[in-house]
Design a protein around this ligand. Structure first.
Ligand SMILES: [Ca+2]
Ligand SMILES: [Ca+2]
Ligand SMILES: [Ca+2]
Ligand SMILES: [Ca+2]
Ligand SMILES: [Cu+2]
Length: 362
């Protein structure tokens, strides 16, 4: 007679064996072979953009792009994938490839097509499912806040740090983030490498922006949405609205250092001539938001502390609805960052942008 214990271990053993075999089989799948799904996208090119602008697949997927133009001939090029395909008027195109390189790759029009040709682009995002890519930043509950002076308070030492890598426009930079809240205000400690302080009065100043997704529209890609001043109009942000907190080492409009501005991004069609709007209704975040940044010459690093009320009460901008993100203890929200190095001539859409992560309010 077999004891219960040995039955259990046999069952456990079998389960382990199945998992191990499954794992080994998965690993034996040849590169670009039968792994991955087949994914098709209908891409419409036009003067001057692509719809959709963001193509998201997983590493190993077999990707088919059905290409057509709405007006004149265009092309689609993705350098890292050695892709360059014309899109003709007479005949719809078809492009097939295996997404074997993970990362975020810009695609652009490769056939001169008029005034906006250089701005016609989008992103191919190839995710590696084996890598956890959603960053979690927990805003821990704290007894009282910190002093918003750009100097790291003792309290921050007990808070764990989340690193958000930049993946759009300029990759491979890092925003190091911590957060805490006292039930009334939320505080952020943000640090990033920058080899020179550009805070001396030009428009090319060092900056950071925090983006908070308000609409809950998961189609909004951080590459467009969390980004204030994205330079390419066609990189719209779906139907969503994003709250933006934009700190500048120097603000050329007001001629003052250490300025934080409350802004928001909305659908391009609605904003018409802008990709973001200054949230200047003199309510909510416009008044509640405070920040101070200090540059450390030895560490070559900016340290910026930011704080706002968790709840502002500024919930209605005509045409857009809420433009101040409201936070509640126990909830999770999308958060993303963009950083600019003025020393490298970075302004507007020339910056480094992270993917969306999750902000959890303890
Ligand atoms: Ca401080
Ligand atoms: Ca403002
Ligand atoms: Ca706002
Ligand atoms: Ca700089
Ligand atoms: Cu074109």
């Amino acid at each position: 007679m077999v004891s219960k214990k040995s039955i259990n271990s046999t069952v456990v053993g079998s389960v382990v064996a199945v998992i191990v075999i499954g794992f080994v089989m998965m690993n034996y799948t040849p590169m670009g072979g039968i792994s991955g799904e087949t994914k098709s996208f209908d891409i419409v090119s036009f003067q001057w953009g692509f719809e959709p602008q963001f193509i998201e697949v997983n590493k190993g997927d077999h990707v088919t792009l059905n290409l057509k133009t709405d007006d004149v001939p265009h092309g689609i090029a993705i350098e890292e994938y050695q892709i360059n395909e014309p899109i003709m008027i007479e005949k719809d195109g078809k492009l097939e490839f295996v997404a074997d390189k993970p990362g975020t790759f810009e695609f652009y029009c490769s056939i001169p097509c008029g005034a906006g040709h250089a701005e016609q682009g989008g992103f191919l995002i190839v995710r590696d499912p084996s890598e956890p890519e959603t960053k979690l930043l927990t805003s821990i509950k704290s007894d009282g806040g910190i002093i918003v002076d750009g100097i790291v308070d003792e309290k921050w030492n007990k808070v764990s740090e989340t690193i958000f890598p930049t993946v759009y426009v300029h990759e491979n930079r890092e925003v190091k983030a911590k957060s805490l809240n006292d039930g009334e205000r939320i505080y952020f400690l943000l640090r990033w490498y920058d080899d020179d302080a550009n805070d001396n009065g030009t428009t090319e100043t060092d900056r950071i922006a925090l983006g908070f997704d308000i609409s809950g529209d998961s189609d909004i890609a951080m590459g467009a949405a969390g980004v204030p001043h994205i330079k390419i109009p066609q990189r719209t942000i779906g139907d969503g609205v994003v709250d933006i907190w934009h700190w500048k080492a120097f603000d050329s409009h007001t001629e003052s250092p250490n300025v934080i501005d409350d802004e928001f991004a909305g659908p391009f069609e609605q904003l018409k001539d802008h990709y973001y709007r200054d949230d200047d209704n003199n309510q909510g975040g416009e008044n509640d938001l405070i920040a101070t940044g200090v540059y450390d010459m030895n560490a070559k690093e900016w340290t910026v502390e930011i704080s706002r009320l968790l709840v502002t009460g500024d919930t209605d901008v005509p045409g857009f609805g809420m433009t101040d993100k409201q936070f509640a203890v126990g909830n999770e929200y999308k958060i993303g960052f963009a950083i600019w190095d003025g020393g490298q001539g970075e302004t507007a859409g020339e910056h480094a942008v992270t993917d969306w992560g999750v902000l959890k309010i303890d």
